[in-house]
Every structure is written in C-alpha cells, then in structure tokens.
Design a binder for this molecule. Sequence first.
Ligand SMILES: CC(C)(COP(=O)(O)OP(=O)(O)OC[C@H]1O[C@@H](n2cnc3c(N)ncnc32)[C@H](O)[C@@H]1OP(=O)(O)O)[C@@H](O)C(=O)NCCC(=O)NCCS
Length: 179
Amino acid sequence: MTAPAPSLPFTLERIEEITPALEPELRALLEDTVASGASVGFVHPISAADNAAYWRDVSAALQQRRKIVLVARAQGRVAGSVQLELAHRTNALHRATVQALMVAVAFRRHGIARALMAAIEAEAAAAKRTLLVLDTRAGDAADGLYRRLGYSLLGVVPGYARSSSGVYHGTAFFYKHLA
Ligand SMILES: CC(C)(COP(=O)(O)OP(=O)(O)OC[C@H]1O[C@@H](n2cnc3c(N)ncnc32)[C@H](O)[C@@H]1OP(=O)(O)O)[C@@H](O)C(=O)NCCC(=O)NCCS
C-alpha cells in the first residue's frame, strides 16, 4: 500500500552550525511561535536581543556537541525545528531532553512536528540515548501530540511558567524509553 502524499512537501535536515543565512530564519521561527501564544521559554513580544541571544546559546551548544538540532523546510523557508539536549553527566549518558519543538503558524497541521519528533528520536537512538524527557504547557497541542507519540505523563506542576497573558500555567512533564 502506498502512503498518502503529504499535503505540504517538506524536508528535514540536521544542522551542524547556525550559519549567517540560517540565523534570521530561526529568529523568525521563534518570534512567530512566541507570538502564537506558545510556551517556549519566552513571553510575547520576545525582544530582538533575547531572540538573538537564544540562538547564540544554541549555536554554542552545537559547537560543543551538547545539542542536536533539526530544521524542517517548506516552500523555501524554515518551517519548523526541534532540539535534543544531550545529558553529559556520567550517570546520564543514556538520557536526552527534547526541546523547542516549533512549527511556524503557516505550516501547522501538515505533519511537520510528527516528522520532526520521529527524526529526533532516530537521532537520539543513533547517539545511544534511550531515555527521552520533555515538557510542555499542560493542555497545549503539544501535550496531545506527545501522548499520541507514546510519551508517558509524569505529572503536571501547577504554575510552572508564565504565559504571555500573565497567567501562570501548569507544565506537563513526559518521558519515553526508546526500544
Ligand atoms: C505543537 C506543534 C509543534 C505541532 O506542530 P504541527 O506540525 O502542526 O503538528 P502535526 O501536524 O505534526 O500534528 C501531529 C499531531 O499533533 C496533534 N496536534 C497538532 N496540532 C494540534 C492542535 N492545534 N490541536 C490538537 N491537536 C493537535 C494532532 O494529533 C496531530 O495529528 P493529526 O493532524 O493527524 O490530528 C505546533 O502547534 C507548535 O509549534 N506549537 C507551538 C510550540 C509548542 O508548543 N511546542 C511544544 C512545546 S516546546
């Protein structure tokens, strides 16, 4: 049986560095995601300085091989991204944290997040990371997505992070053992 064609063609790529050409695209993705009301570490509006500093940190982590970063491209631009932070303590070399799963508003509901998660899990397995942990705002789209992808809910910490609206919201913590 042939799989149905995706509604929107996109490609996934592991990036080794944040090039001068890529950096503004990643800043635009983060700005778009924060403006959509998502809980990804910033409240709306994210300042240009905070945005640039964030990607500088990611760039440093890439150089130090502390992170794996994937980018999705569609219609010639960055449509989404996800990161894997590799634990480095000697008792945790089997573990990694999935972070910053983001899909630009214009490209949502085309299976990009699902594909990014499958690809980051494959990267984790290749790096011999067999336990993944992650968190998201309780009740968000990502909350349902992670459950569908087989992540187990550890629990919800009430009032964990501040939303752009000023309300403090609960954050759901998940884990998954890769087979
Ligand atoms: C969560 C997010 C990454 C999903 O991206 P996406 O590319 O639209 O997701 P997909 O198209 O791959 O959807 C996969 C599944 O997730 C679920 N899902 C995605 N968006 C949803 C929504 N708005 N409402 C309910 N379920 C949703 C569905 O089960 C969907 O499968 P289906 O389309 O077959 O029903 C995107 O909405 C986003 O960037 N949100 C803001 C950032 C964020 O919250 N990140 C996670 C925490 S760091």
